[in-house]
Design a protein around this ligand. Structure first.
Ligand SMILES: Nc1nc2c(c(=O)[nH]1)N[C@H]1C(S)=C(S)[C@@H](COP(=O)(O)OP(=O)(O)OC[C@H]3O[C@@H](n4cnc5c(=O)[nH]c(N)nc54)[C@H](O)[C@@H]3O)O[C@H]1N2
Ligand SMILES: Nc1nc2c(c(=O)[nH]1)N[C@H]1C(S)=C(S)[C@@H](COP(=O)(O)OP(=O)(O)OC[C@H]3O[C@@H](n4cnc5c(=O)[nH]c(N)nc54)[C@H](O)[C@@H]3O)O[C@H]1N2
Ligand code: SF4
Ligand SMILES: [Mo]
Length: 719
C-alpha cells in the first residue's frame, strides 16, 4: 500500500486529496488534511475519482468508425496518422479555416491541453476556435482584457479577509467556486460570518449559498444589469464614491455618473423585482463596510447583458475602493504566471480583430462563440467548417440548441474526438483518441493559481500506472502536432521539433516558467523552482493575496479606462430595458447545479448517481396552483426553439414566475456509451435554449432567463 498526495482537478476548487493505492488500484480517497488550501475538505466527486479510473465504459484505446456506423479498434500510430491525414486533406481542399476546434471545460484542468492546444491551432492555421467558455465566462475575459490588459487577469474576492461579500448569480456552496479557487467555501463563508461579516446573495432561487447568508434577495432573471446600474447610481447620488488608491490609475469615472443618471432605484424596481429601498440599503451597506467585495458568476454572465452587467460589478468594486485592496476585489499572484505567459505567447490579447463568417460576431481572446458553431458547419460557402476536433467536451448537451448542434456534427466530413467517453457528441466522431485519466499522469495546474483566493502552488506526481499502450493528453497532442507541422515545415524539421518538445514538456517548461514568474528569481534566494515545489507534497502556501496594482496592469500606461468605449457603445441597449416591459406571459427558465454532478460528464459514476430524478423542473407553489400542476407531474417545457418533457418539483425556493432545470442531462441519444448515465432520467435543457439569445459584446450564450411555456403533458397531446 502506498499513500499519495495530489490535488483533485475535477473542478476549480482543486482540493488536496490523500489517495491510498494497492496493486495499482485506488483503495481510498479522502481529503488531505495538510493541504494549505482545502485542509481536508473534499466533495463527493473527489471520492468518485476512483470510479473514473475503474469505469469499464471509459475508453482506453483508439476507435475508428466503420462504414456501417459501428466502432473498431485501431492502433495508436494508425489512428494518429489517419487523423492527421484526414485533417490535412480537408485543409488542402477547403483551406485553413475549414478545420475547427471545440474545447470543453476539462481542458483548463491539465497543463497539456492549455499549453499544447494553442500550438496545434497555430500549426493548423485556423481561427475556428470555440469553447465552453462562451457558454460560461466570456464577459469576464473580455472585460479583463479591456480594463486590465489581459483576458486572464481576473480579480477574485478576498473572501478570507472581507467583511462583506455580495454574491450575485453564483452558488459556490454547490459549484465549489468558479473563477475563484476557494476549496471548502462553506467553512470560508461561515468564518466570514463568525468574524462579524455579512453575506448577501442576489439570486432568483434561494440557493444553498443563500441558505448560509444574512440576506437573500430574489431578482428577476436577466435584470442584474439594472440592479447594478441602480446601485452605482446610488453611490453617486448619496456621495458614497471613495476609490482609495485606485484614483491614481483609473480614468473615466465622470462619464459613468452620466451613464447611470436615469437608473434610479425607482426606475429599475419593477423590472428587477427588488424595491427601491432595498437597492439603496444594499448599496449603503456595501459602501459602508470596512472591506467588501462584489462577486458574480454564471447568473450574470449567461444573460443578454453579460458584459455590461459584469462591467458594473467591476465599477461597483472600483468606485467603493475595493479593487486591489485587502478584503476586497484582488488579484492572485500565481507561481505559474498564466495571465502574462499566456498573453505574451499566444494570440489571446485582443478583441474584434476578426469576426465570425455567418453571423459576424466578434472574436474574444481568439475565440468565436459556441452559439454560432452549428451555423459555421451548416452554412455553405467559402470558409465553411468541414472538420472538427472535439476536445474534452460534449457540445450536444452543453451548447444552446443541442439538436441543431447534433445535426451539425453529423454533417461534418471528418470529426476526431479526444475524449475517454463515447458521449452524445463524440459519437459523431470518425476517430476517438482516448487519453489516460488524471491520476495516471503527472499534473501541474497552470490555470487556477491565477484565480485563487490565497496564493499557493502544488505539483502532482503520477499516482497510477496507466494500462499498456495508452496515451496521455500530452502524448496525443504532441503526436498530432508534428504530423500536422510536417506538411508545411517538412517531416525532418517537424520530427526534430517534436523531439525537443518531448524533452521540454512538462518538467523543464514548468520549471522555466516558475523561475521567470513572480515567485522566481526576482525573489532572490527563496526563488521557486520545480524541484523546490516537489519537496512539498501537500502544496506550498505562498500567503494571502498581495496588492499588485498598478504594476501588474497590462494596459497602455498601466491605467484602467473604466468608461471603455466597447461598453459605453452598448449602453443604449441597457437604457431600452427601462422602457420595454417583459412579455408577462409564461415563465423565465434558469439553471442549477448539483454537488454530485459536473456539467454532462459525471453521470456514469455509481457513487454519484442514484436516488430520485435530479433533473426536475422547480416551480413556485403559487404558479403550480395557478397552472394546475402537481408535484411529480409531467409537463412540456417549450421555448421558441423546441420543447422537452420534465417532471415538476414544487418548491418555494424559486421566485414566482421562474422555473429551474439543470443542464447536462438527457443521456438517451442513441450511440453514446455510458451505461450508468443512460439509466438516468431527464432531458437536455439545451434542446430548448436559444442561440439567438446572447450577449452581443462577448458572444456569450444567454441561457438564463429563457422565456418558456409550461404545459401539462396531456394538454399538448390534445387531452
Ligand atoms: N443550459 C446550460 N448550459 C450550460 C451551462 C449552464 O449553466 N446551463 N454551463 C456551461 C458551462 S459553465 C460549461 S463549462 C459547459 C461545459 O461543457 P462541455 O465542456 O462541453 O461539457 P462537459 O460535460 O464538461 O464535458 C467534458 C468532456 O471532457 C471529457 N474529459 C474529462 N476529463 C478529460 C481529460 O482529462 N482529457 C480529455 N481529453 N477529456 C476529458 C469527458 O469525458 C467529457 O466528455 O457547459 C455549459 N452549458
Ligand atoms: N457540483 C458542480 N460543481 C460545478 C459544476 C457542476 O456542474 N456541478 N460546474 C462547474 C462549472 S463548469 C462552472 S462554470 C461553475 C459555475 O459556478 P456558479 O456560477 O457558482 O454556479 P451556478 O450554480 O451555475 O450558479 C449560478 C447561479 O445564478 C443564479 N441565476 C440564474 N439566473 C440569474 C440571474 O439572471 N441573475 C442572478 N443574480 N442570478 C441568476 C442561479 O440560480 C444560480 O444559483 O461551477 C463549477 N462547479
Ligand atoms: S470540490 Fe470536489 S470536485 Fe472540486 S476539487 Fe474538491 S473534491 Fe474535486
Ligand atoms: Mo463552466
Amino acid at each position: 500500500m502506498s499513500v499519495h498526495y495530489r490535488s483533485c482537478n475535477l473542478c476549480e476548487a482543486s482540493c488536496g486529496l490523500q489517495i491510498t493505492v494497492e496493486d495499482n488500484h485506488i483503495v481510498d480517497i479522502r481529503g488531505d488534511a495538510d493541504d494549505p488550501m482545502s485542509q481536508g475538505y473534499l466533495c463527493p466527486k473527489g471520492v468518485a475519482l476512483a470510479d473514473l479510473h475503474s469505469d469499464p465504459d471509459r475508453l482506453r484505446h483508439p476507435l475508428r468508425k466503420r462504414d456501417d456506423g459501428g466502432w473498431e479498434p485501431i492502433s495508436w500510430d494508425a489512428a494518429l496518422d489517419l487523423v492527421a491525414e484526414r485533417l490535412l486533406d480537408v485543409r488542402r481542399r477547403h483551406g485553413d479555416d475549414a478545420i475547427g476546434m471545440y474545447l470543453g471545460n476539462p481542458i483548463t484542468h491539465g497543463w497539456a491541453p492549455v499549453t499544447l492546444i494553442p500550438l496545434l491551432l497555430k500549426a493548423l492555421g485556423t481561427r475556428q476556435r470555440y469553447s465552453a467558455a462562451s457558454v460560461d465566462q466570456q464577459p469576464e475575459h473580455l472585460l479583463s482584457y479591456l480594463l486590465f490588459g489581459s483576458p486572464l487577469l481576473l480579480p477574485v474576492p478576498d473572501i478570507d479577509r472581507t467583511d462583506h461579500l455580495l454574491v450575485i448569480g453564483a452558488n459556490p456552496v454547490v459549484s465549489n467556486g468558479s473563477i475563484m479557487t476557494a476549496p471548502d467555501i462553506r467553512r470560508r463563508l461561515r468564518s466570514l460570518r463568525d468574524r462579524g461579516g455579512r453575506l448577501v446573495v442576489i439570486d432568483p432561487r434561494q440557493t444553498e449559498t443563500a441558505a448560509l447568508a444574512d440576506e437573500h434577495v430574489f431578482i428577476t432573471p436577466g435584470t442584474d444589469v439594472l440592479l447594478l446600474a441602480a446601485m452605482v447610481h446610488t453611490l453617486f447620488a448619496e456621495d458614497l464614491v471613495s476609490m482609495g488608491s485606485a484614483v491614481d490609475y483609473v480614468d473615466g469615472v465622470d462619464a459613468i455618473e452620466d451613464m447611470v443618471t436615469a437608473f434610479s432605484p425607482e426606475a429599475v424596481a419593477q423590472r428587477t423585482g427588488i424595491d427601491a429601498q432595498t437597492i439603496r440599503r444594499l448599496t449603503r451597506e456595501f459602501a459602508a463596510a470596512p472591506t467588501a467585495a462584489a462577486y458574480a458568476r454564471l447568473g450574470v454572465c449567461q444573460s443578454e447583458f453579460g458584459t455590461t452587467a459584469f462591467w458594473l460589478v467591476h465599477v461597483l468594486n472600483i468606485l467603493t475602493g475595493r479593487l486591489d485592496s485587502e478584503g476586497g476585489w484582488m488579484f492572485a499572484l500565481p507561481a505559474f504566471d498564466l495571465p502574462v505567459i499566456g498573453a505574451k505567447t499566444t494570440d489571446l490579447i485582443g478583441y474584434d480583430r476578426w469576426r465570425s463568417r455567418v453571423r459576424g460576431i466578434p472574436e474574444v481572446a481568439a475565440e468565436f462563440p459556441s452559439i454560432t458553431l452549428a451555423d459555421e458547419i451548416l452554412t455553405p460557402g467559402e470558409g465553411q467548417l468541414r472538420a472538427m476536433i472535439l476536445y474534452a467536451g460534449n457540445p450536444v448537451l452543453t451548447v444552446p440548441d443541442g439538436r441543431r448542434m447534433d445535426a451539425a456534427l453529423d454533417d461534418l466530413e471528418f470529426c476526431v474526438a479526444v475524449d475517454f467517453y463515447l458521449n452524445e457528441s463524440t459519437r459523431h466522431a470518425d476517430v476517438i483518441l482516448p487519453p489516460t485519466a488524471v491520476l495516471e499522469r503527472e499534473e501541474f495546474d497552470v490555470v487556477f493559481g491565477a484565480v485563487s483566493v490565497h496564493n499557493h502552488v502544488r505539483y502532482g506526481e503520477q499516482v497510477l500506472q496507466p494500462d499498456d499502450d495508452t496515451r496521455s493528453d500530452a502524448d496525443i497532442l504532441l503526436e498530432l502536432l508534428w504530423r500536422i507541422e510536417a506538411e508545411r515545415a517538412g517531416t525532418r524539421r517537424a520530427r526534430l521539433a517534436h523531439r525537443l518538445r518531448r524533452a521540454f514538456f512538462p518538467r523543464r517548461f514548468i520549471d522555466a516558467a516558475l523561475r521567470i514568474g513572480p515567485w522566481g528569481v526576482r525573489k532572490g534566494r527563496r526563488a521557486l523552482s520545480l524541484a523546490k515545489i516537489r519537496e512539498h507534497e501537500h502544496g506550498l502556501d505562498l500567503g494571502p493575496l498581495e496588492r499588485v496594482l498598478p504594476k501588474r496592469l497590462m494596459t497602455d500606461g498601466k491605467r484602467i479606462r473604466l468608461d471603455h468605449p466597447v461598453v459605453t457603445e452598448d449602453w443604449p441597449r441597457v437604457g431600452q430595458m427601462l422602457t420595454t416591459g417583459t412579455s408577462g406571459k409564461g415563465f423565465l427558465l434558469i439553471g442549477r447545479r448539483h454537488l454530485r454532478s459536473n456539467n454532462s460528464w459525471m453521470h456514469n459514476f455509481d457513487r454519484l448517481i442514484g436516488g430520485s430524478n435530479r433533473c426536475t423542473l422547480l416551480m413556485h407553489p403559487t404558479d403550480a396552483q395557478q397552472q394546475g400542476h402537481s408535484n411529480g407531474g409531467h409537463v412540456t417545457v417549450a421555448s421558441r426553439v423546441g420543447s422537452i418533457e420534465a417532471q415538476v418539483e414544487i418548491s418555494e425556493v424559486v421566485m414566482p414566475g421562474v422555473v429551474c432545470l439543470p443542464h447536462g442531462w438527457g443521456h438517451s441519444r442513441e450511440g453514446s456509451r455510458w451505461r450508468t448515465a443512460e439509466s438516468t432520467q431527464g432531458m437536455s435543457v439545451n434542446d430548448i435554449t436559444d442561440t439567438a439569445r446572447f450577449d452581443p459584446l462577448s458572444g456569450n450564450a444567454a441561457v438564463t432567463g429563457l422565456p418558456v411555456s409550461v404545459k401539462a403533458r396531456w394538454s399538448r397531446r390534445g387531452g
